[in-house]
Design a protein around this ligand. Structure first.
Ligand SMILES: Cc1cc2nc3c(=O)[nH]c(=O)nc-3n(C[C@H](O)[C@H](O)[C@H](O)COP(=O)(O)OP(=O)(O)OC[C@H]3O[C@@H](n4cnc5c(N)ncnc54)[C@H](O)[C@@H]3O)c2cc1C
Length: 484
């Protein structure tokens, strides 16, 4: 069935290619669940065995707990399909589907892409818990920076002095000076007498491998708390299987020269998604950028996220690959934050998001100028953003034929941007939803319903088409023949 649908898609992909437009296959099968069913699945798959046993999830921060009212993650999301966890066998099925797709994508063009979502590959409970750990760890770094009078700097600029840090750790009762001395003697740690977030993160790597009980202080209660709660054997296995599934996909993608784009999702999963993707980049992006991470610029922390990863790629010598988006989950993120009671993670206005997008993009473009293999996809329907990118590429001397900057739009949207870019020789792709027709329909139907806001753009597109039709009629070139 899937083979058939890939075959049908083949002609569409070939047609787009003839106009210089590539494709990113985006498996879009969505179960036709009622809201109640979705909520039930979500609550079940986001709660750990011990929490269920005790009937208590209060040890977790509110943001990183499942909440019944927000269990149906499809609400208010326009352009992204949603996975709900069923069981491990279903995740294995997703892997098989993605593997088929990698195979199908590999023949379709020289620059082939496949989009995947990590929520398809494992139990979301693990993503929630790991996200909480990463965020607490980063917050603790900020607190240490504030103690040293370094609040307000961007993360990439913040450096802690090792001596002072050791004193603070000792005074908080986390580690004696002798113990923490041992922490900062690694190859990269504290060489210059300072520790930045990257050193700090590698500390969590080795510490969590060595010990599952790294303690950090809860500043509100004054108590030391374990950063990781213990997993049952089955949960431990589930977590390992998720990592194995990612590994299988990345290996096959590398083998068949397909690039894997890992989509960004909700903020309570995203730190873990981004971190696991980074681990894959470290392993698989050694020769070229095979794995792409996604950065959502509607997040207040987007610039920190981008710059830290670029800096890490530079320091460790792997190739940075990113897709830059504004972000698809704004509405539900805002309502969830307000109702559950934590800080809104989204920039305060549309203008702030656009400014963040251009700032992050500019930083990456500067990086691309010097790096041979780093790549970015500007995934946006916004004309100003596309124009901004073209202008900055010209100013920085990044030529489209270098294939360092890709553009991405969803199939059926903003063709007036996609096709001229393709015809002008810029690498550009459409995200193409695929899957057996009856199974893709629930997702497509949702997209049609929720896309009403985009009708304004359709009108703009119609006006442009009319203008182009008149121009061609006057110049006697009514039919356009692909140049490739
Ligand atoms: C190829 C492709 C891949 C994508 N992959 C992902 C993905 O992996 N993860 C993901 O989350 N999204 C993804 N998206 C969706 C994307 O994040 C945007 O939702 C969508 O593209 C609209 O943004 P825009 O830049 O195209 O258009 P615009 O209309 O310029 O921007 C709309 C966006 O701006 C932001 N915004 C709007 N109002 C406000 C406000 N008041 N305050 C703050 N911000 C505001 C929101 O993010 C909104 O979606 C993808 C989009 C494309 C085209």
């Amino acid at each position: 069935m899937l083979d058939q649908c890939i075959w049908v898609l083949g002609s569409l992909i070939q047609r787009n290619r003839a106009f210089g437009v590539g494709s990113v296959l985006d498996y879009s099968v969505e179960e036709d669940l009622t809201t109640e069913e979705a909520e039930r699945k979500e609550m079940d798959s986001c709660t750990s065995a011990s929490e269920k046993e005790m009937g208590d999830t209060s040890r977790r921060e509110k943001k990183y707990r499942a909440h019944q009212g927000f269990g149906d993650r499809r609400g208010g999301v326009i352009s992204a399909r949603t996975y709900f966890y069923a069981d491990e066998a279903k995740c294995d099925q997703h892997v098989d589907t993605f593997l088929n797709c990698i195979k199908a994508s590999s023949g379709s063009s020289e620059d082939s892409f496949l989009a995947i979502k990590l929520t398809a590959l494992g139990r979301p409970q693990f993503l929630l818990q790991f996200s909480e750990v990463l965020q607490k760890w980063r917050r603790f770094f900020h607190q240490m920076a504030a103690e040293q009078g370094k609040a307000g700097l961007t993360l990439v600029e913040t450096k802690l002095e090792v001596k002072k840090l050791q004193e603070t750790l000792a005074s908080l009762g986390i580690a004696t000076k002798a113990e923490s001395q041992h922490w900062f003697t690694g190859e990269n740690l504290g060489v210059s007498g300072t520790v930045d977030l990257l050193d700090w993160n590698s500390l969590i790597d080795s510490r969590t491998k060595l010990s599952k009980l790294l303690l950090i202080p809860n500043m509100k209660s004054g108590q030391l708390e374990p950063l990781l709660s213990r997993f049952t054997e089955e949960e431990d296995l589930q977590m390992k299987r998720m990592l194995q599934r990612m590994d299988i996909l990345a290996k096959r993608a590398l083998e068949l020269e397909v690039r894997l784009m890992v989509d960004a999702e909700q903020t309570y999963f995203q730190p873990a998604i981004s971190r696991l993707t980074l681990e894959m980049q470290r392993k698989f992006n050694t020769e070229k950028a095979v794995i792409f991470n996604t950065f959502q610029c509607y997040l207040k922390e987007a610039y920190d996220n981008v710059t830290i990863d670029v800096e890490l790629s530079r320091r460790e010598g792997w190739h940075f690959g990113a897709k830059l988006v504004r972000g698809a989950y704004m509405e539900q993120e805002r309502v969830r934050a307000a109702q559950v009671g934590y800080e809104d993670p989204i920039n305060p206005s549309y203008e702030a998001t656009s400014e963040m997008y251009h700032r992050c993009l500019d930083y990456i473009l500067e990086e691309l100028r010097y790096s041979q293999e780093a790549k970015v996809m500007v995934a946006s329907h916004n004309e100003d953003t596309v124009k901004f990118t073209l202008r900055r590429m010209a100013e920085l001397g990044i030529h489209p034929s270098e294939n360092k900057v890709y553009f991405g739009q969803l199939l059926g949207m903003c063709d007036q941007i996609t096709f001229p870019l393709g015809q002008a020789g810029y690498p550009v792709c459409k995200y193409v939803p695929y899957g057996p027709v009856n199974e893709v329909l629930p997702y497509l139907a949702r997209r049609v319903q929720e896309n009403r806001g985009f009708m304004k753009r359709a009108k703009q597109e119609r006006n442009l088409l009319w203008k182009e039709f008149k121009r061609r009629a006057i110049t006697g070139s009514l039919f356009c023949y692909p140049s490739h």
